[in-house]
Design a protein around this ligand. Structure first.
Ligand code: N2P
Length: 390
């Protein structure tokens, strides 16, 4: 620990000496009056002259108050905007001059952004809490980001099937639940019945096609147009039964507008908690399909043309504090790669097997991946044809 503080202090000194635009953060305690004989208090991290930080993240993906806590401690104004899916983020980055200093891509999707030079390397010497990250997890991410140069884990979860148990049972009217939960949303035998209480799908080619390809027995990240054709045909059969396409479906689930959904594990758990808080009787459940949910590992990255790179590092370091990562799991129901956060995670979250998966469920998940640029037009065309319903 001492070593890390020292390293940070040294880095701060070196950097402030060579960069005009850089300043130390306001120190937490006054340092000027310290007698010469006492060791100097470690300086705060090096910050940019302009006390601004522009963050682009998924909707519903940060604990309330976390941004305000960072702003208060560091004297930085954060502009926090949200996007709906990896495609929207990608388009913004490719267009350039996004204005963002931190963005949160899914690791598999970020591969082509890294290959395309859209991110700058993370300076790990500026992140004293980097050691909190689980090395096994980092090895995984290194599969798409060699040496973990650009991506720092934010949270992880999976795309899966969720239900409003009471509404689904009622709509199925005695028909037993399928063995594989994906059938509820991908097999017309079930969707025909569930359309009466509302089916919702995430609105993104890279969320739906991997799941659809996997369901028709093809690799989730196939590069073969014939596989996409098959997946598209399967999707076309359930299309008339889908009521909502959305990447922000927590309210739709909690308010009962949808009873069966393809959604993100944490969002489904958040909706479940919201129904309970409101005294609702319905149980919202994230299911673990026998053929697996689709893992995502979301990560922080700094765009190549970011203007507030030091502030971005300060935020990443702040986010990697154990207590902040615990807060993320406790409030947003997504799992963490931060070992220092584990002790602070509530038992009810730790024991939820759709947030902290046991090894058997873990082994079942569909590994995260990505598509090449070459197949992207097939991917988008298949998705758009599905969504349009023709
Ligand atoms: C939470 C967003 C989950 C991100 N609303 C999925 N990659």
């Amino acid at each position: 620990m001492k070593k890390q503080v020292l390293a940070l202090a040294i880095a701060a000194v070196l950097l402030s000496a060579c960069g005009k635009k850089e300043e130390a953060a306001p120190a937490a305690a006054p340092v000027a009056a310290a007698p010469a004989a006492e060791p100097a208090k470690p300086a705060g991290p090096v910050l940019d002259a302009e006390k601004t930080l522009n963050i682009y993240n998924w909707a519903d993906y940060i604990p309330e108050g976390m941004v305000a806590a960072f702003e208060k401690e560091f004297g930085i104004k954060v502009n926090y905007n949200t996007f709906e899916n990896n495609e929207a983020l990608h388009a913004k980055l490719v267009a350039g001059n996004s204005g963002y200093d931190i963005v949160i891509p899914t690791a598999g999707f970020a591969k082509k952004q890294i290959d395309g030079g859209l991110y700058q390397p993370i300076d790990k010497t500026k992140i004293s809490n980097y050691a909190n990250l689980d090395s096994k997890f980092m090895e995984k991410i290194a599969g798409v980001d060699p040496d973990n140069k650009h991506l720092v884990p934010w949270a992880w979860g999976f795309n899966t099937v969720g239900i409003n148990k009471q509404k689904v049972e009622k709509a199925l009217a005695g028909m037993p639940m399928p063995e594989n939960a994906w059938d509820l949303v991908l097999d017309p035998k079930y969707t025909n019945k569930l359309k009466s209480c509302g089916i919702a799908f995430l609105d993104s080619p890279s969320e739906i096609l991997p799941v659809a390809l996997h369901h028709v027995g093809k690799p989730a990240y196939s590069e073969d147009p014939a596989d996409f054709k098959l997946a598209g045909e399967m999707l076309a059969k359930v299309r008339p039964d889908i009521r909502i396409f959305s990447s922000t479906m927590i309210d739709d689930i909690a308010s009962g507008k949808a009873c069966a959904f393809v959604g993100w594990s944490g969002d489904i758990n958040i909706a479940a908690g919201r129904v309970k808080e409101m005294g609702g009787k319905d149980e919202i459940v994230a299911l673990l399909p026998t053929t697996g949910g689709l893992v995502f590992i979301d990560t922080m990255a700094i765009p190549k043309d970011a203007k507030h790179v030091n502030n971005a590092h300060a935020f990443i370091d702040f986010y990697l504090r154990g207590e902040n990562s615990a807060l993320m799991a406790n409030e947003m129901s997504y799992s963490t790669a931060n070992t220092a956060g584990l002790a602070g995670i509530k038992d009810e979250i730790k024991s939820n097997d759709t947030i902290f998966l046991n090894p058997e469920n873990m082994a079942r998940l569909i590994p995260t991946g990505g598509y090449s640029n070459e197949i992207s037009s097939v991917l988008n065309d298949t998705y758009n044809a599905f969504k349009r319903g023709r």
